[in-house]
Design a protein around this ligand. Structure first.
Ligand SMILES: *Cc1c(COP(=O)(O)O)cnc(C)c1O
Length: 362
């Protein structure tokens, strides 16, 4: 007995967990600073934690029907769209799957950024799709434009954009996105992944779903809302085909606790504001103080060009600061450093500068 041929799909490699690293180093997890997975250093919204605790006490024996409906309606209200247009999902990753299910016939292709978020291509392959790439250029500061995508575009069914982009931090402008939406073939859906949208100063592409029926936008509660452990996100899609959700979503995949937590988090402006403010401070601090070239970032992380990414990441981890070696993104010279609290970020910069001084003495 064997599964189908999965050789084209590389396994997803997450940043290493803090317990895992602490065990390897023989340290207490509290002594480590984890800046490798773009998680929220302020934790979850306290209101969300209360909502989860209360809900758990009331019991979890009932399918999440009302919670899912309430969350959908609250999000529809927030973004001023109809509730069918909100595709609640287990993480934004779940919404990527729902869009793959809704759009891809076997053998159709998706176009994804390189470097980029690996789940776009994994999801396409799960759904018997093919994958091609458009390359963001390091020399060009990883800038993202319609021309760049259109040069690689060959009528793919889905084109994935990430803004702010992971791991580089670069963004799309509204004008470049609309140029692309108008240039692609009628059957092509452009998906704008705004997992880091809260940290950006630019308006959301959700504003475009009224005027264009070939755009969908992804959002998550994993980053600015600090709910990565609960797996809750959503897509926003045009009205014209929004009813496909009822046919493609896994029944009750967004769980009761996650929906309740998301509802509470949406009411906790203080927590999101603080999270965003810290991230904006930290990315400026990293850009100004790290002794390595960095790329301008609109997310809660900064990509730095350190030369030997795996060496620097390994040494940094040994000194208690876990960062992301971007070799697996195809950037063997770069590390991605998530924004920590002010204190964590300062410690990280001090640690990294010590390592950089030794590996590349100036
Ligand atoms: C973190 C991330 C996501 C989604 O994460 P979920 O936890 O599944 O919501 C999506 N896209 C990018 C680019 C990300 O970095």
């Amino acid at each position: 007995m064997q599964p189908r041929d999965l050789s084209a799909t590389s396994p997803y490699v997450p940043g290493r967990g803090i317990e895992e690293v602490a065990r390897d180093l023989g340290l207490d997890p509290d002594e480590l600073i984890k800046l490798s997975s773009n998680e929220n250093p302020h934790g979850s919204s306290p209101k969300a934690v209360d909502a989860v605790t209360d809900r758990a006490k009331e019991g979890l024996h009932v399918y999440p029907k009302a919670a899912h409906t309430d969350l959908t309606e609250k999000l529809a209200d927030k973004w001023d769209v109809a509730s069918e247009q909100i595709w609640v999902s287990p993480g934004a990753d779940g919404a990527i799957d729902y869009l793959s299910r809704a759009m891809l016939d076997p053998g159709q292709s998706v176009l994804v950024p390189e470097p980029g978020f690996s789940y776009y291509s994994m999801s396409a392959r799960h759904h018997h799709g093919e994958v091609s790439t458009y390359e963001l250029s390091k020399d060009d500061g990883f800038s993202q434009t319609a021309d760049l995508v259109l040069e690689a575009y060959d009528g793919e069914r889905i084109v994935h954009l990430t803004s702010p982009h992971n791991p580089t931090g670069s963004e799309w402008t509204r004008a470049e996105i609309t140029t692309l939406l108008e240039a692609v073939d009628d059957h092509t859906l452009v998906v704008v992944d705004e997992a880091y949208g809260e940290y950006s100063e630019r308006p959301s592409s959700i504003e475009l779903v009224d005027d264009y029926d070939n755009v969908a936008v992804l959002r998550t509660f994993s980053k600015a809302y600090g709910l990565a452990g609960l797996r809750i996100g959503y897509g926003v899609v045009p009205q014209a085909w929004a009813d496909a959700y009822a046919r493609v979503n896994t029944p009750f995949a967004a769980n009761e606790l996650a929906c309740r937590a998301a509802l509470a988090a949406l009411d906790d402006d203080d927590h999101v504001d603080q999270s965003v403010e810290t991230a904006r401070w930290a990315r400026d601090y990293l850009a100004e103080n790290l002794d390595a070239p960095t790329f301008e970032s609109a997310g809660n992380f900064v990509l730095a060009d350190v030369g030997d990414a795996s060496g620097v990441a390994e040494r940094s981890q040994a000194e208690g600061v876990i960062i992301r070696d971007c070799s697996s993104f195809g950037l063997p010279g770069c590390v991605r450093i998530s924004c920590g609290t002010r204190e964590q970020t300062k410690t990280a910069v001090e640690t990294l500068n010590g390592i950089l001084a030794e590996v590349a003495p100036t």
